[in-house]
Design a protein around this ligand. Structure first.
Ligand SMILES: Cc1ncc(COP(=O)(O)O)c(C=O)c1O
Length: 380
């Protein structure tokens, strides 16, 4: 059997035709398809505004800047995420403070964040970046209350979770990254993610003020509005130190066709997760699913004592399981900033045992049966 990766993109002829049609058009970048993708994405997620960017890391960078992070500002995030969720704080000269995860959901733990905030004087922290890790939604309503009580902003890293949702206390379905309870949502379109544009990302918000700032920062800080002078039709002014973090039109065309497939893809991911769960129930620990949550299942993670042996055994059998993630506070860069082993006991215990099994919409029944069969033959 061919090797089975933990995640794989799904590109069909509709995707290819959409990209080719833009390649034959007048605009490869800065054309109308970017706006169309932004509008369709915002509508799907349920946010007012969306800003397409060249990757989610750039989106996180712009977001902390739009939220006026300044040198020395302190922001809280989870140690169990991809490094970009934390690095964006450093790009802006801020300090990363980690709070521990919940040992069952693997998400940034509300109580750990609360304890950390309460251990410091009011005004000590500036914001929180929770992550809907593996596709399991963060309960943003709870985080919003804590943030409001402490005057903090929230960036919701939803890179793993387009299509995931939680039901709030009013019974309303909130899609991850809809930015209803947060200030900003972030998505990634890297090939292992749900919606794929090669490299690519999206920022969502309901604030016109943040939207305007994000658009300006994405395009070098250049504007044609409210200018101090006007020399003619060509004239523009640069009013902020911005960047070129644009997504191209041909990537946006791919984003649009991929977006139309997301709902089906998420359902398929959930079917695969159910099959894993019924095979492992009572035998192997997996990520819990709190009431009112719909997991978008970017990942399916199990915890085992002899993780290294299982990893090697699966790889030798063509199953390319992965580890998500090595705790960020233990990366040499973050250790050099004062973090150390023992700081985040739940995250560290989780890391010793976690392993992500293949999950993606085109995983076949035959492949899934083979993975389960192979794991069942492993001596735990
Ligand atoms: C949770 C999380 N945040 C941010 C990123 C960064 O995304 P990108 O690769 O699009 O910059 C990733 C990518 O793996 C991620 O998983």
């Amino acid at each position: 059997m061919k090797k089975i990766p933990y995640g794989r993109q799904y590109i069909d002829h509709i995707d290819i035709e959409a990209v080719v049609s833009v390649l034959k058009s007048d605009y490869l970048t800065q054309g109308p398809i970017v706006k169309e993708f932004e509008n369709k994405f915002a509508e799907y997620i349920g946010a007012k505004y969306a800003v397409a960017v060249n990757n989610a890391t750039a989106g996180l960078h712009l977001s902390v800047l739009a939220l006026d992070i300044a040198k020395g500002d302190r922001v809280i995030t989870t140690p169990i995420t991809f490094v970009a969720s934390a690095n964006c704080i450093r790009y802006a000269g801020g300090h990363v403070w980690f709070a521990d995860i919940n040992p069952d959901t693997y998400l940034l733990d509300l109580n750990s964040v609360k304890e950390l905030i309460e251990s410091k004087p009011k005004g000590f922290f500036k914001g929180i970046i929770p992550v809907s890790f593996a596709g399991l939604p963060i309960n943003m309503e709870e985080f919003r209350k804590l943030a409001d009580d402490n005057d903090l902003w929230i960036i919701e890293d939803s890179c793993h979770a387009p299509g995931g949702y939680f039901i709030d206390s009013k019974g309303v379905k909130n899609f991850c990254g809809n930015a209803f309870y947060s200030d900003i949502g972030i998505f990634s379109f890297h090939p292992v993610k749900h919606i794929v544009t090669g490299e690519g990302g999206m920022i969502t918000t309901n604030s016109k003020e943040l939207y305007d700032k994000l658009m300006l920062l994405r395009e070098h800080g250049i504007t044609k509005e409210n200018m101090t002078e006007n020399h003619g039709g060509w004239y523009y002014e640069m009013v902020e130190l911005g960047f070129n973090y644009r997504l191209t039109d041909f990537q946006s065309a791919l984003g649009i066709t991929q977006l139309t497939k997301n709902q089906k893809g998420v359902e398929q991911r959930n079917k695969i997760a159910s099959t894993y769960k019924s095979a492992f129930q009572g035998k192997i620990k997996f990520q819990s699913l709190p009431n009112g949550m719909y997991n978008a299942h970017h990942l399916f993670i199990i915890e085992v004592e002899n993780r290294k042996e299982l990893y090697d055994y699966l790889h030798s059998n063509g199953i390319l399981a992965q580890i998500h993630y090595i705790p960020i506070h233990l990366m040499p860069y973050y250790k050099n900033l004062g973090n150390k082993i023992g700081d985040m006991p739940n995250a560290e215990k989780y890391y010793d045992k976690c392993i992500s099994l293949p999950i993606f919409p085109t995983l076949t029944t035959e492949e899934l049966d083979y993975i389960i069969f192979t794991i069942n033959n492993f001596k735990f």
